[in-house]
Write a protein that binds this ligand. Sequence first.
Ligand code: MSP
Length: 502
Amino acid sequence: MSSKFYVTTPIYYVNDKPHIGHAYTTILADCLARYHRTAGDEVFFLTGLDEHGQKVQQAAEKRGMSPQAHCDDLAPRFTDLWKKLGIQYDDFVRTTQDRHKKIVQAALQKVYDNGDVYEAEYEGWYSVAEERFITDTEKESGQFRDVQRLKEKNYFFKMSKYQKKLIEYIETHPEFIQPQHRKNEILGFLRQPLGDLCISRPKSRLSWGIEIPFAKDYVTYVWFDALINYISIPGWGSDEKKFKKWWPANVHLIGKDILTTHCVYWPTMLFSLGLPLPKTVFAHGWWLIGETKMSKSLGNVINPLDLVDKYGEDAVRYYLMRDMVLGDDANFTLENFIHRYNSDLANDFGNLLNRVSGLLNKHFEGCIPESFVSEKLIHTTHEVGRRLWQEAQIHINSFKIHEAIKTIMSLVQVANSSLEKEAPWKLIKEGNKAAAGHCLYTAAEALRLSAVALNPIMPGKTKIVLDVLGAEGTGLKWGELKSGTKLKLHEALFPRIEVEKK
Ligand code: MSP
């Protein structure tokens, strides 16, 4: 049964060019979106840029540019990278767009009219890097950069009012915060009294933001502005029909460092606006180098573009999806990448194509042979394909994309080893061409099925495989490969990466 699937990524700060952290979540969202499209669901995949706030203003100042010119200059670096990585989003939000700004103002006004906003004098430590006020203990921890002492009048959102409701909601909706240990983390956080949220910044200190409709000397706190993108773009306050269709989102994909904003700030804002909460907020872990997070400020970030230029976007997508257990941290090394590439892509997947097309060219004039199997056998092999897909889908629906890939790759491995076992070249020598044909048909069909199932992960290379087999547009049923089809010529799908021994 088809349904709708609305998936989001965080919207990224435009203070520098994109890095692997941004690329990872965006590829993940793209793979999920593509799987759902394959399954016949209607999909809305939203990503974009977070362009307001002090960080962006400072980055622009450093470059001697106006914040808007700075954002306009950097935005294409993100969209160009997404194009290069094969990302098929349905909409791309930039928070400086009018369609977003006016909705943020409408939301502020609504929260204000509900009596959920008050004015107060506040004195405290402010971390520019985190874009929020921090406590004395946090300041003393020394973990925060760019800390300033601030005393100012501001507007506060009564987040504390919704604390009890939020706890109840989380406890009764186990799918809301995933994985489970992140849910426990948030429930632990909510055991302490919840403060209210400062949602304004005086223009005298920060001018780069959305003006507060009921306080013209203030701009909106960047997180209040940014989170609203998840509803402003699907039409809240502008296109009720569209909004009804898509909201609530099926999943907000985020990194674990922005859990509190998504699982405490955002739901309380939605409560105040009288809107349902997203079905799931899924927090993934970090890509690490050794023990440390890959990050721009530490200078240990591998530019995903470099890997893409060298090894192709599909290999990078495959590695990132296959090697991170969703929810846990993962170690990024070039050795791991090369190992994964050589074993799964060159030796297993690429090699299956080589063998199938090589043997068919040699013994069957480059055509897909007849498959002489009994009804019973067709039935059982069909079952294998069907079960495989069902299993992969269960994994995908429970955010175990690495398991889904493993399942699909098991078909590739089975096909390779059955070729070795049944040795069609020997069967030919023995004069049993029909049996060799059947064996090769089965291997080619397994290759076709795995290409269809891996298409969301590696859209480019799997398209080549389907093209070679003359099977574009085929689906996940066993036996869709047409006997008699002439294979197209092809180059090595994933040429082995030779590593020099030290
Ligand atoms: N603008 C906010 C999000 C607003 S959403 C309404 C923001 N932007 S960000 O540019 O800092 O992007 C952060 C995202 O990148 C987070 O989800 C973060 O977890 C992710 N990553 C940054 N470095 C990362 C790794 N080394 N590994 C994986 N993801 C990490 O926060």
